[in-house]
Design a protein around this ligand. Structure first.
Ligand code: HAM
Length: 444
């Protein structure tokens, strides 16, 4: 076999490393409606994470995590078979064991499933839990609407007092405020209960009966299965139709009326402004009484968060009636909004040092020293693939570290390290065994 000379070898390596000239679409891409979270967005995601954890602690919510895969029947029973989510948007499939499972479209029904399965009511009443995770809905992808998206959710289970409805709303508003999102409208409504809703439903059906010809295809289905959802159709014709439709506020039972009144009083008590919205019914059947959404005033109109009371969900998924209330924030929408409005959150990172290794013989010692620095809690950056001193210092500059620690063959032999102050360019040689204290001394 002919031996390749070094020039030929280099050419081969270059071929491997260089990007092809013409831009071809990569063979594999994210599935439609799904997306990657990229390092450029790290600071915003981390800000949401940090604030979420802070809020959970302040409001005394504990972590709960449920699997991404759940049985399809859980959502059919919990969210309702006539809802868009269950009817059109679930990613479902059969397992090898013939179980029909879905990628969860939301987090509330799984939390209730877990509450019942593990008798969580025994441990605290109410149970206050938060979750963070991906949800999946087969919706038409567009800005702010994905097929896989993250929610941060809070659920308070085991309490029917309006205090908890108001606290949930306040918690979500404060979450947004902490992120720098202040220009928000709180839309609020009630969807009544089993006592008053059937009567209202009848009134609604009677109103729409003679007007069916004006309804869109979706609303014709809603008329049969889920008449309250006729109210939140986005089609212009249907919106016009609802103007004269009866509203639930006029048909509430005394108890629901009192509940709503108290929620609003508590919300006002905290100086929160709200917009009563008689057409807000939300897309999940498990709600009763309070429902709400938080919408940024200066955005496309997507809700940043939504929630409400769901006292019947426990019963629907196989337990008994368990009063509960919660909210979920859509994390992609928060990130996009912050990006659009230039709400800049810069995560505070440790100052950090850049470790420069020159030449292969210094690699082993460098590897050991880097490990030692990290063990003593220092953030260390490196770019071992870049061979020259110049290229590595350039990378250090770009990373914005205060110090570069430099190690070549000579330093290895003398058991020293050079510390370079990246702001002034001043360099000092220190003993390798003193690397920790000498570095710490120079870091601000
Ligand atoms: P939801 O209104 O369906 O409620 O979703 C809550 C939030 O998730 C929305 O306000 C939105 O920010 C975000 N979201 C929903 N769908 C998408 C999507 N396709 N793409 C991006 N973001 C989206 C629930 O899921 C209930 N489980 C909330 C709840 C908790 N109710 C009581 N407790």
């Amino acid at each position: 076999m002919p031996i390749k000379n070094s020039k030929q070898k280099k050419k081969k390596k270059d071929n491997i490393e260089k990007e092809p000239k013409e831009k071809k679409e990569p063979a594999f891409q994210t599935v439609r409606g799904m997306h990657d979270i990229l390092p450029k967005d790290e600071d915003r995601w981390k800000a949401i994470w940090n604030i979420g954890e802070k809020m959970s602690e302040l409001y005394d919510f504990s972590l709960i995590e449920t699997p991404i895969l759940e049985s399809a029947a859980l959502f059919e029973a919990g969210i309702g078979v006539g809802t868009d989510i269950v009817e059109k948007e679930m990613f479902s499939f059969k397992t090898k064991g013939d179980e029909v499972v879905v990628l969860r479209p939301e987090g509330t029904a799984p939390v209730m499933r877990s509450y019942i399965q593990h008798h969580l009511g025994r441990f605290s009443s109410p149970l206050k839990v938060y979750y963070v995770g991906q949800m999946f809905r087969y919706e038409k992808p567009q800005a702010g609407r994905y097929r896989a998206f993250h929610q941060w959710g809070f659920e308070t289970i085991g309490e029917g007092d309006p205090f908890y409805d108001a606290q949930t709303i306040l918690l979500a508003v404060n979450f947004l405020k902490e992120l720098g999102i202040k220009n928000v409208t709180l839309k609020i409504n009630t969807v009544g209960c089993r006592v008053c809703r059937p009567n209202y439903r009848k009134k609604l059906l009677a109103y729409y009966k003679g007007e069916k010809k004006h309804l869109c295809a979706d609303c014709l289905r809603r008329y049969e299965k889920n008449p309250m959802r006729l109210l939140d159709c986005k089609e212009e014709e249907c919106k016009k139709m609802r103007e004269d439709a009866p509203i639930i506020l006029d048909h509430l039972c005394q108890s629901c009326n009192g509940h709503m009144k108290e929620v609003l009083e508590l919300v006002e008590e905290n100086g929160l402004e709200y917009e009563p919205d008689p057409y807000l019914v939300r897309g999940l059947d498990y709600y009763n009484r309070t429902v709400f959404e938080l919408i940024a005033k200066d955005s496309a109109g997507f809700a940043l968060a939504g929630g409400g009371r769901y006292d019947y969900l426990g019963e629907l998924v196989g337990g008994r009636m368990i009063p509960a209330v919660g909210v979920s924030l859509g994390m992609e929408r928060l990130v996009e909004y912050m990006e659009e409005k230039k709400i800049f959150v810069k995560a505070k990172k440790k100052p950090g040092v850049f470790f420069v290794i020159i030449g292969d013989p210094a690699k082993k010692v460098g590897f050991r020293l880097i490990h030692k620095l990290r063990e003593s809690n220092m953030r260390v950056l490196e770019a071992v693939g870049k061979k020259s001193l110049k290229a590595q210092l350039k990378a250090a500059n770009r990373a914005g570290t205060e110090l570069a620690l430099m190690l070549g063959q000579k330093e290895c032999f003398e058991e020293t390290v050079i510390i370079r102050d990246m702001r002034t360019g001043v360099q000092e040689t220190v003993l390798a065994e003193k690397i920790i204290e000498e570095t710490k001394k120079r870091l601000r």
